[in-house]
Ligand binder design. Structure first.
Ligand code: SF4
Length: 678
């Protein structure tokens, strides 16, 4: 049977699933995916919320019999595919998916690092000791090694990063724990599977690593399916770039210290090299951040940045890191079997763990030096930047144009690729046509003649016209006006009054998020006003869902990938059109590159990005066919500026109004249960 036959009204899904609804859009997408996999083509598919796109790509992927990596944006979405969608396919369609789940390495306990931390003097620290006791109890009987399974461990526990794996702490096959290692087990399961479910971070971290790096974990595959594909350029930018933060250097030095500290119990003295490196790092970050922008601002570093005391500070740090590398290597050579001398009396697995820790530390010190050199060199085609953080600053170098990189590293070597998302096209809502995917094609390198690309837009089956209202006030100040945030808080409070809470307030900056949160706390006495950052994201969303009347103020990471179906979320307030920050170094460099090609950055870059982000923000509201509610966009420029019409055309076909009374009338016509509870 074909995928469309299996999923269609006469097939086994319809026969075995009591809640089955015929979804023509899903069948159209399943056919297109099947064809693209069979013909080794790239498929770009925008599938509106509710089309059932996950089954539309999973079923053809399983039927193809090929080894396929399915990559999505978050761990929660990975788990949904692995623990819900694939078992549903098995139950209802009788297919045997043979799948494996691979999360990012930081989700797995590294037995070597755990042993290393156990043996270090830090293990006596009360916080570390409390966390380690939870891990110790769990590790003996653990099957999968996923830290989320450790009872009593909170996801924001700072000790977690000290015993979990990562690409830069892996030793590879020489590790003494290799055969019983959780990451090795996960890798073996993925080797044997046909469908490997990963996330974009893991996918691009893996793709960016060169050669036989021990951090590479994804097995070879025949095709790749990207869900939430609108995020690919951002994620790839991170992983094809380099970043050196104060936190990265101090983590490295702390771990070297910790290993050497464990050896000091035996009378070994490491000298003051690590302290000297710490001072060099402090001096370096003081020199680069002196006179730089305000905290939380990212600034471009021009070529003449590396002169005078900054250059000297870099040389000092580079020498110090090289000293640490040499020390780690020489001490390690004394710990390995047959190694000499002062330390040769030491034996046992702990010693081996310490030796492996030093091997990793030496590699990390070298990689930090290389990355710093890349940043200072400022190669053409890259932009270098500085993030001034309140606690830790960072320097980085990012590729400006990923199109040729992705083309040569991915799409030309992996011709069969499916890219899908509810927001991938940048034309009018639901429209196909020659320019529907022009933005994503140009950004990801899919414009070349060497790559065969098919396109498909399938609209959402939801009745937006009936169930959603888009409120676009005309009486707000310009978002750049000093009075805007105050007025935005006032209008938000009026809207919250109408729906009785159940609201997301999504801002485009941390500054606006804090200001709106403060202002709403004062205005919304009877509602719980939550704010991003006050608790981990999952805990925050649980509180929001449980409360029914809560208001959650958040920024970028809540505009997408957040799923609150049902009545708990019935109002989404968007502070303003989510244009990218034009002063952001990567954005600025990309705009300049377009200008150099004679193109207009606003229409070719800023506007399509804003459109996709706006569609994402709107998309938080209606998650099932039974949902209803209001989206308010408080940015009155949408009425005045030429781009307003273009942005609005991209949104789902909800009714629109600028009249608050009309909002009240719409709401009073909604589910009585919602109105009563509000
Ligand atoms: S093989 Fe890698 S992840 Fe596994 S225990 Fe060793 S260092 Fe840790």
């Amino acid at each position: 049977m074909t995928a469309a036959e299996l999923l269609g009204p006469g097939g086994p899904l319809a026969a075995n699933l009591s809640s089955y609804e015929a979804r023509p859009a899903q069948l159209a997408m399943a056919e297109a995916v099947e064809r693209a996999l069979a013909e080794d083509r790239v498929l770009l598919s925008e599938a509106g919320t509710g089309t059932g796109k996950t089954l539309a790509y999973l079923v053809p992927a399983i039927l193809s019999g090929r080894k396929i990596v399915v990559s999505t944006a978050t761990r929660a979405l990975q788990e949904q595919i692995f623990y819900k969608d694939l078992p549903l396919i098995e139950r209802t369609l009788g297919l045997r998916p043979n799948a494996a789940l691979m999360k990012g390495l930081a989700n797995y306990v590294c037995k070597r690092r755990h042993a290393e931390l156990r043996a270090s003097p830090d293990a006596e620290n009360a916080d570390v000791s409390r966390t380690l006791s939870l891990v110790d109890r769990w590790i003996e009987r653990a099957e999968g090694g996923d830290v989320s399974g450790i009872e009593g461990l909170t996801e924001d526990d700072p000790v977690i990063s000290r015993f979990t794996s990562s690409s830069d702490t892996r030793v590879g096959q020489s590790c003494q724990y290799y055969s019983q290692c959780f990451v090795t087990r996960m890798k073996r399961a993925a080797d044997a599977a046909n469908i490997v479910v990963v996330n974009h971070h893991l996918f691009f971290a893996d793709l960016a690593l060169r050669g036989a790096h021990p951090g590479r974990v994804i097995p070879d595959y025949d095709a790749v399916i990207f869900d939430e594909a609108h995020q690919l350029e951002d994620v790839a930018t991170t992983f094809f770039g380099v970043r050196v933060s104060e936190a990265r250097i101090s983590r490295l030095l702390r771990e070297v210290d910790s290993v050497l500290g464990a050896l000091e119990r035996t009378g070994f003295r490491s000298g003051r090299l690590v302290d000297a490196a710490r001072n060099a790092a402090a001096g370096f970050f003081a020199a680069v951040t002196r006179g730089a922008g305000a905290p939380e601002e990212r600034v471009t570093l021009e070529r003449d940045f590396w002169t005078g005391d900054r250059q000297e500070a870099w040389h000092r740090l580079d020498d110090a890191l090289d000293g640490v590398r040499a020390l780690a290597e020489s001490v390690r050579s004394e710990l390995v079997p047959g190694g000499f001398t002062r330390l040769s009396a030491l034996r046992g697995p702990d010693v081996r763990a310490l030796a492996e820790g030093l091997e990793v530390a030496a590699r990390r010190a070298s990689e930090a030096r290389e990355d710093l050199a890349t940043i200072v060199d400022g190669a053409s085609g890259r932009v270098t930047w500085l993030d001034v953080g309140a606690r830790s600053s960072a320097l980085g170098s990012s590729p400006v144009d990923l199109s040729s990189l992705l083309r040569s590293r991915l799409f030309e070597v992996m011709p069969s690729a499916i890219l899908t998302s509810a927001t991938l096209a940048s034309g009018p809502s639901g429209a196909t046509g020659p320019r529907a995917f022009s933005f994503v094609r140009s950004r990801l390198g899919l414009n070349a003649d060497t790559i065969s690309v098919a396109e498909l837009v399938v609209p959402s089956p939801f009745d937006y016209a009936e169930r959603a209202l888009l409120y676009l006030p005309r009486d707000m100040p310009d978002p750049r006006d000093a009075a805007f945030l105050d007025r935005a808080a006032e209008r938000t409070a009026e809207l919250v009054d109408i729906t009785g809470g159940g609201a997301f307030v999504l801002t485009t900056s941390l500054r606006a998020m804090r200001a709106l949160h403060r202002a709403l706390l004062g205005r919304l006495g009877r509602h719980r006003v939550l704010v991003q950052g006050e608790a981990p994201k999952t805990a925050l969303l649980e509180s929001f869902r449980a409360s029914f009347e809560a208001v959650l103020v958040a920024t970028a990471s809540f505009w997408q990938g957040v799923d609150v179906p049902g009545e708990a979320l019935r109002l989404v307030v968007l502070e303003k059109v989510p244009f990218p920050v034009p002063s952001d170094p990567v954005m600025k460099a990309r705009a300049r590159a377009l200008e150099d090609e004679g193109k207009k950055p606003f229409t070719e870059l800023h506007l399509p990005i804003a459109k996709i982000a706006l569609k994402q923000g709107f998309g938080r509201l209606i998650r099932t066919s039974a949902d209803r509610g209001i989206v308010a966009l408080l940015d009155e420029r949408i009425h005045r500026q030429a781009y307003g019409r273009d942005l609005l055309a991209a949104l789902p076909p909800a009714r629109r109004t600028s009249d608050l009374d009309e909002v009240k009338r719409f709401w009073s016509r909604t589910s009585p249960s919602v109105a009563d509870r509000g």
